[in-house]
Ligand binder design. Structure first.
Ligand SMILES: [Zn+2]
Length: 391
């Protein structure tokens, strides 16, 4: 990847307007049955924001992967919790229970890598206030997110959540333009707050109440308000939409699905091959180059991971956290704005320096599920190594 790609999150920028009813949703049993948690616009193609044809097929596969990753995360976390409880936090016995020991280490080591701490107290019970159980955080502590995916979003129907393919359906209407929802008036007469940007973005395919988007005018002709050439997808939690950008729907840029990749993943032959100390000093990128291994970053650049990442935004309202470097200092972009925590290295840095923030950071959570999906390897260093054997 020549440029860092992003999965973005925008808390609330949609304005409400109760003017015109638009019939724009398909009904149960129509062709999005593999995306049960979502309603499609249901008309046209990308130009109308609708996910149809190849776009829809890609999204169905990616959503299946997101569900499969979530299922394995639930299974593995259940295993971890049960084993910790049964052994008073010591974990399965190395000698008498080799397979469970290896599995336990694989899960726990990756968990600690991504969330900075063990989820258990000294007695092996789930730590209240730890990453698996955060009081007052609703059901959306880490495990709760995956359980919600599995038990509700991968089977039930949520008519208030929608996906869009590209943001091509938005058009910028200037202040003196006619209001399409009330043609006797101009935009500025009906929406005086639009003075700031000299107009407002409008979509005719959004349901009533969600047709306006308050954002700056296009910087050049043809530019749209949500996607740009670095964004994969953007979630708006109010009212609950994911917009997949051109970039994420292009299999030449991201993997469409992670299914079937087991066979081509290149792991280390031995568990380390270098001393732990030397490994700790190496950056993941340098190590991958040196060793010709599959980085978890390779699989992260997939529509599957993108979908799971956006689901975390959508269901928990949690934003991407600001990125920190290895010493815990903020990472800024060229314009002096904070960079966000995307990718293995930054997720590790966040887990080390701002541990609690890592527990709800979408890429930390999604990378954990990705690692659990490819469970024949231990991914706790960001690349696949054989699971730790009882010695
Ligand atoms: Zn994000």
């Amino acid at each position: 990847m020549l440029f860092p790609i992003q999965r973005a999150f925008i808390p609330v920028i949609l304005l409400s307007s109760q003017v015109l009813q638009i019939e724009a949703v398909p009904h149960d049993g129509e062709d999005n049955s593999l995306l049960p948690a979502f309603t499609l616009v249901g008309q046209g193609n990308r130009d109308q924001g609708n996910c149809a044809g190849d776009d829809l097929e890609l999204l169905k596969s990616a959503y299946e992967d997101a569900c499969a990753m979530s299922r394995r995360a639930v299974e593995d976390l259940d295993f971890l919790v049960d084993q910790a409880k049964a052994t008073a936090g010591k974990g399965p016995d190395k000698k008498s229970n080799k397979a469970d020991y290896s599995n336990y280490r694989r899960i726990l080591d990756t968990f600690i890598a991504l969330f900075g701490t063990s989820p258990f107290d000294q007695q092996g019970n789930v730590d209240v206030g730890g990453p698996l159980f955060v009081p007052n955080d609703g059901s959306y502590h880490l495990k709760g997110f995956f359980e919600t995916m599995v038990n509700e979003k991968c089977s039930g129907r949520d008519i208030d959540k929608r996906i869009f393919c590209t943001d091509n359906h938005w058009e910028f209407l200037k202040n003196d333009a006619q209001d399409p929802t009330d043609p006797s008036k101009t935009i500025q007469e009906n929406l005086p707050q639009c003075q700031t940007y000299g107009g407002i973005w409008y979509s005719s395919v959004q349901p009533a109440g969600e047709q306006w988007l308050f954002a700056p005018p296009p910087s050049s002709p043809g530019k749209r308000p949500i996607c740009d050439d670095r964004k994969l997808a953007v979630t708006h939690f109010s009212p609950g939409t994911i917009t997949f950008c051109q970039l994420s729907l292009n299999p030449n840029v991201v993997l469409d699905t992670i299914k079937g990749f087991e066979g081509s993943i290149k792991p280390t032959n031995t568990r380390y091959g270098m001393t732990d100390k030397a490994l700790d000093k190496m950056r993941l990128g340098d190590l991958i180059k040196k060793k010709d291994l599959t980085s978890i970053e390779f699989l992260r650049d997939s529509l599957s991971l993108t979908f799971l990442h956006e689901m975390l935004h959508l269901l928990t309202d949690k934003p991407d956290q600001d990125a920190v470097d290895e010493d815990g200092n903020p990472i800024m972009d060229r314009d002096g704005k904070p960079e966000l925590t995307y990718g293995w290295t930054r997720c590790r840095n966040l887990a080390t320096h701002d541990t609690q923030l890592s527990w709800g950071n979408p890429d930390n959570v999604a990378l954990f599920a990705l690692a659990m999906y490819f469970r024949q390897w231990d991914w706790s260093r960001g690349y696949p190594q054989p699971v730790k054997k009882a010695d």
